[in-house]
Design a protein around this ligand. Structure first.
Ligand SMILES: C[S@@+](CC[C@H](N)C(=O)[O-])C[C@H]1O[C@@H](n2cnc3c(N)ncnc32)[C@H](O)[C@@H]1O
Length: 425
C-alpha cells in the first residue's frame, strides 16, 4: 500500500499539520492538502490493517482558493514547514480551527459558547511569515557532511541552499554552504544581531552567554545560546504583555513562575508585585536557573528554585517515553519541597509540549491563586490540562492564540484560568 497513489476528498484540518480524508472508511492524514480540495496523494505510512494512513499530495485536482505557490522551493520535501502552500490568513484560520477542535474533544469546551472563539493573532513584526526564525538546527548528512534540514518524519537530510523562514543573520551564517564533521549545527541570531554557531556534539558543553531584548519590559535578559528562548523575535514581548494583561498582578502579591526558563515571566511579575510582594520561579535546567538568578538580581523579592515542578510539588513525574506515558511503577510520589509556598495570588505556567499533567495542575489549583496564566505551545496538552483545572475548581476565562511559528502548524496559546467561586475574570 505504501507508495500507492489514491484520489481523496479532503476534509477538515487536524492537529499536526495535515488534513483528514477517508479511504474506504479508513482515516488518512494528508499533508500539503487543504479542506475542500480533491487531490491525488501518495500513501507514505500505514496499511489496510492500521487505524490510519498517512499520505502526501502529489497532484491537486480541485484546489482551494486559499492555496498559493509555496515561496520556498524545498516546501513539501523539507519537514520544517507544513503550510507554505496556504495563504497566511488561512494558516491562522486553520490553527484556530485546531485549537477549537482540541478544546471541544479534550476539554469538552465549546469555545464559541464561552465567548472565547479563537482568533490566531499575528506576532508583531510579521509581514509575510518569512525571515522570523532566530534559532535553527541544521542536521549534517553523515555521508556528505552537508548541512541541511530533515525530511518530514525521517532522519534523511535534505540539502537546502537557504531556509526562507530563518532570520537574516542565520542566512548570512551560510551554514549550508560548506561541509561539517559534526552531527548538527545550531545557529542563533539574537535580538541584538549577534549570531552564534554551535557545532554538535563537539561544542555541546561550551557555555555561551547571549542577551535578548524584551521590549515589553524595556530590559535585556541573559541566557545560554543553546538555552530555551522563543524563536520568533516578537514572541517573548507579546507573551509577557498577554500574561500581564490577563493576571494584572498587584503590589504585594505572591506570584509563581513555573517552568521559568531564564525568568522571562518572573522578571515581569517581580516588577508588578514590587518589593513587598514575592516571586518564586521554578526551572529544571540548572544552566537556565543560573541565568534566571542573574536576570532577577535586582529583585530581592524573587526566589529561583532548581528542580522539576512535579518533584517540588511532591507529585508523580509527568513525562513521556517513546511517545507513551511512563508505566505506573515509575510514577512514585515524592515529598513536597518546603521552599514552595502553599498559597499564591497569581501563577504563570509555561510547560514544554507535554504539558503540566493532571497531578501538577491539581497541585497548582490547591494554591488557590485568583488567576493562572497558562502559556502553551501545544493546544492538545493545554486542553487536557484545562480539563483538569475545571475539575479542580477553575474556569477558562480568557484565551489568546498567536501565530508565533508562521508557515508551520504550530500555534502558541495563552489561557487565563480563574477560580469558579470568584467573580474575577
Ligand atoms: C516552554 S519553556 C518556557 C521557558 C520560559 N517560561 C520562557 O518563556 O522563556 C519550558 C521550560 O521548562 C523547563 N522544564 C521542562 N520540564 C520541566 C519540569 N518538569 N519542571 C521544571 N521545568 C521544566 C525547560 O527547561 C524550559 O526552560
Amino acid at each position: 500500500m505504501i507508495g500507492e497513489v489514491v484520489e481523496l476528498e479532503v476534509g477538515p484540518v487536524a492537529h499536526g499539520g495535515h488534513c483528514i480524508a477517508r479511504l474506504d472508511g479508513q482515516v488518512v492524514f494528508v499533508r500539503h492538502a487543504l479542506p475542500g480540495e480533491r487531490v491525488l496523494a501518495r500513501i507514505t505510512e500505514g496499511d489496510a490493517g492500521r487505524s490510519f494512513l498517512r499520505a502526501d499530495v502529489v497532484e491537486v485536482r480541485v484546489a482551494s482558493p486559499e492555496r498559493v505557490r509555496p515561496p520556498c522551493p524545498h516546501a513539501g520535501v523539507c519537514g520544517g514547514c507544513d503550510f507554505q502552500h496556504v495563504t497566511l490568513a488561512e494558516q491562522r484560520r486553520l490553527k484556530a480551527a485546531v485549537v477549537r477542535e482540541q478544546f471541544q474533544r479534550l476539554a469538552r469546551l465549546d469555545l464559541a459558547e464561552l465567548g472565547l472563539d479563537p482568533v490566531v493573532e499575528p506576532v508583531p513584526g510579521d509581514a509575510d511569515g518569512l525571515g522570523w526564525r532566530t534559532r535553527v538546527e541544521f542536521a549534517v548528512d553523515p555521508a556528505t557532511g552537508v548541512a541541511g534540514l530533515r525530511r518530514h518524519r525521517s532522519h534523511e537530510v535534505v540539502p537546502v541552499e537557504r531556509c526562507l523562514i530563518a532570520s537574516p543573520g542565520i542566512t548570512e551564517a551560510a551554514v549550508t554552504d560548506r561541509t561539517w564533521d559534526a552531527d548538527s549545527v545550531e545557529v542563533v541570531e539574537t535580538s541584538h544581531g549577534q549570531v552564534v554557531v554551535t557545532v554538535l556534539p563537539s561544542q555541546a558543553r561550551r557555555e555561551r552567554r547571549i542577551v535578548e531584548r524584551v521590549e515589553a519590559l524595556d530590559t535585556d535578559l541573559a541566557l545560554d545560546a543553546r538555552g530555551f528562548w522563543q524563536v520568533h523575535p516578537g514572541a517573548a514581548s507579546t507573551f509577557v504583555d498577554a500574561v500581564l494583561t490577563m493576571l494584572d498582578p498587584q503590589p504585594g502579591e505572591r506570584a509563581l513562575d513555573l517552568y521559568a526558563g531564564v525568568g522571562l515571566f518572573a522578571v515581569a511579575l517581580a516588577e508588578r508585585v514590587g518589593p513587598l510582594g514575592q516571586v518564586v520561579a521554578v526551572e529544571s535546567d540548572g544552566r537556565a536557573t543560573g541565568y534566571a538568578r542573574e536576570n532577577l538580581a535586582g529583585h530581592r523579592q524573587a526566589l529561583v528554585l532548581d528542580g522539576r515542578v512535579d518533584d517540588l510539588f511532591g507529585v508523580p513525574r509527568h513525562e513521556r517515553s517513546g511517545g507513551r506515558r511512563r508505566p505506573a511503577r515509575r510514577r512514585r510520589r515524592g515529598v513536597r519541597s518546603p521552599l514552595l509556598p502553599h498559597t499564591a495570588s497569581v501563577v504563570v505556567l509555561d510547560p514544554p509540549r507535554i504539558g503540566a499533567g493532571a497531578d501538577v495542575v491539581r497541585a497548582i489549583a490547591a494554591l488557590g491563586a485568583r488567576a493562572v496564566a497558562y502559556v502553551a505551545c501545544d493546544p492538545a496538552a493545554l486542553a487536557r490540562d484545562v480539563a483538569t483545572f475545571q475539575e479542580s475548581g477553575y474556569v477558562l476565562a480568557g484565551l489568546r492564540c498567536f501565530d508565533a511559528f508562521p508557515m508551520t502548524h504550530h500555534v502558541e496559546c495563552v489561557a487565563l484560568l480563574t477560580r469558579a467561586d470568584s467573580d474575577a475574570g
